[in-house]
Write a protein that binds this ligand. Structure first.
Ligand code: ATP
Length: 467
């Protein structure tokens, strides 16, 4: 087995149709990516699995799909207009641009990797002056040119601004949402009123978010346009900590259920200094990407901050009255928030393996969890003469499954092609098929083969693809 590098991954994704550079025929747009035929299938399967787990299978939870462009007052209330900014520094020597907090975090990780046991303060908790002093004191250098000569920190708001209407004036200024959850808070009372009307209640949504990131990069890890899967779980303040712990565990279990290996996942609890003032607990689930451990999923216990702020700014009272006890309170919120693209990147990295298969030969396998695989099976007739029966099998299977049909090249080459895109099953149609009404199914991982009746194929796939 060999480890994947980002270069291998980007090239596999491009060549096999998972992910392409955006607007490539115009020279591309840096850090913008398009999902190809396989990428979109994989992405949809991840979103479906999240929806099934966190909306469908949770009796207290429901879904939502809110607008990307919202009333700009929403962003005043949420604090994004005044506070959603990153500490930006330019290297005076090579003019490259950096986030001070990320420079510090990366430097600390390097020290720890080199065996340092010293306790360092959290970069997120530092003021701009403290960050600048820390960078000078530890001689943290520019990753691009190696010099330690930075401009003072400037704050840079990450929201994309645009205008509604024909004139570009301040009255028409609106923003592309930097996270999906705002629409959940503004609809909290609507959902409560129109559904069950009592807490606890979770509202989830999947959708695009936009951030004018200073340092996008590492392929689809940090981009300016991305998708989030967010759940806001509203509950009684006395139960907030229990729900926080429950979702912390549930998110980790789900990451493993999607096929991510234990050794590549860890919790990182935010220290008290690092927590924003309203949070009673925040944990990141980190994944070990080829470029190091980084945040995959954030789970935050946000107390009553969001609903209180929206109450204050909108004038709409968000107080909840318990129908049984008449207790009144502003609900507390637990928020598990994960990027679809970051999850997809972790799944691609975890699935990739190169195997020796005798005689110095090797194969690349994308060992996706079977239910996530973009293509579930490939129909491969051994001869052109078998195409009638093969296309009938393909037609029947494609009513329920995403199936490929491939007649070109030797059967070995066709197997390799499917291994490389992670197809769990190859279905070969041979000269016996007409007589025994059966096909051979070859398993991607074990390469073992079984004979199955055509009439039983659909049920067989159901049994073997879903757990
Ligand atoms: P980071 O520290 O990496 O910038 P964050 O703490 O700002 O992330 P959150 O605001 O908590 O991120 O967003 C929730 C989730 O959305 C993240 O855990 C991540 O999976 C995803 N996400 C956030 N920003 C981006 C981005 N620019 N590109 C892709 N995914 C993102």
């Amino acid at each position: 087995m060999s480890k994947i590098t980002m270069q291998d991954l980007v090239s596999l994704c491009k060549n096999r149709g998972f992910i392409y550079a955006d607007s490539e025929i115009y020279g591309g747009l840096s850090n913008s990516w398009d999902y190809g035929p396989l990428g979109v299938e994989l992405k949809n399967n991840i979103k479906k699995a999240w929806w099934r787990r966190f909306i469908q299978q949770e009796p207290n939870n429901v879904g939502l799909d809110s607008a990307i462009i919202m009333n700009p007052r929403v962003w005043e209330a949420s604090g994004h207009l005044s506070g959603f900014s990153d500490p930006l520094m330019d290297c005076r020597n090579c003019k490259s641009r950096h986030r001070a907090d990320k420079l510090i975090e990366e430097w600390i990780v390097k020290q720890q990797d080199n065996g340092s046991t010293e306790e360092y303060p959290s970069a997120e908790a530092m003021s701009d002056e403290e960050s600048q002093a820390f960078i000078r004191e530890h001689n943290i250098t520019c990753p691009n040119c190696g010099k330690c000569d930075f401009t003072p920190i400037r704050k840079f708001n990450l929201m994309f601004k645009t205008f509604i209407g024909v004139t570009e004036d301040a009255k028409g200024t609106v923003y592309l949402r930097p996270e999906t959850c705002a629409g959940i808070f503004t609809n909290f009372k609507n959902v409560l009123r129109s559904t069950r009307g009592k807490l606890p209640l979770g509202i989830g949504q999947i959708g695009k978010a936009f951030r004018n990131e200073i340092t996008p990069g590492n392929f689809i890890f940090r981009t300016r346009e991305f998708e989030q899967m967010e759940l806001e779980f509203f509950c009684n303040p006395s139960e907030g900590m229990d729900w926080f712990k429950k979702y912390r565990t549930a998110c980790m279990e789900f990451a493993k259920y999607l096929g991510l290996s234990d050794k590549n996942l860890r919790f990182r609890d935010h220290s008290p200094e690092e927590l924003v003032f309203y949070s009673a607990g925040t944990t990141d689930i980190e994944y070990k990407y080829p470029f190091g451990w980084s945040e995959l999923w954030g789970i935050a216990y946000r107390t009553d901050y969001d609903l209180s702020r929206h109450s204050e700014f909108s004038g709409e009272d968000m107080t909840y009255t318990d129908p049984f006890t008449q207790e009144q309170y502003i609900p507390h919120v637990v928020e598990p928030s994960v990027g679809v693209d970051r999850m997809l990147l972790a799944i691609l990295c975890d699935a990739y393996r190169v195997e020796k298969i005798g005689d110095g030969d090797e194969r690349v396998v994308m060992g996706f969890k079977k239910s996530l695989a973009p293509i579930k099976c490939a129909v491969l007739p051994l001869s052109k003469k078998l195409e009638d029966i093969a296309s009938n099998v393909y037609g029947e299977l494609s009513k329920n499954w995403r199936v490929e049909y491939d007649t070109t090249g030797s059967i070995g080459k066709r197997y390799r092609r499917q291994d490389e895109i992670g197809t769990p099953y190859c279905i070969t149609i041979d000269f016996d098929t007409e007589n025994d009404k059966s096909v051979t199914i070859r398993d991607r991982d074990t390469m073992q083969q079984v004979r199955v009746k055509i009439d039983d194929l659909d049920a067989w796939l159901h049994e073997h693809i879903y757990d």
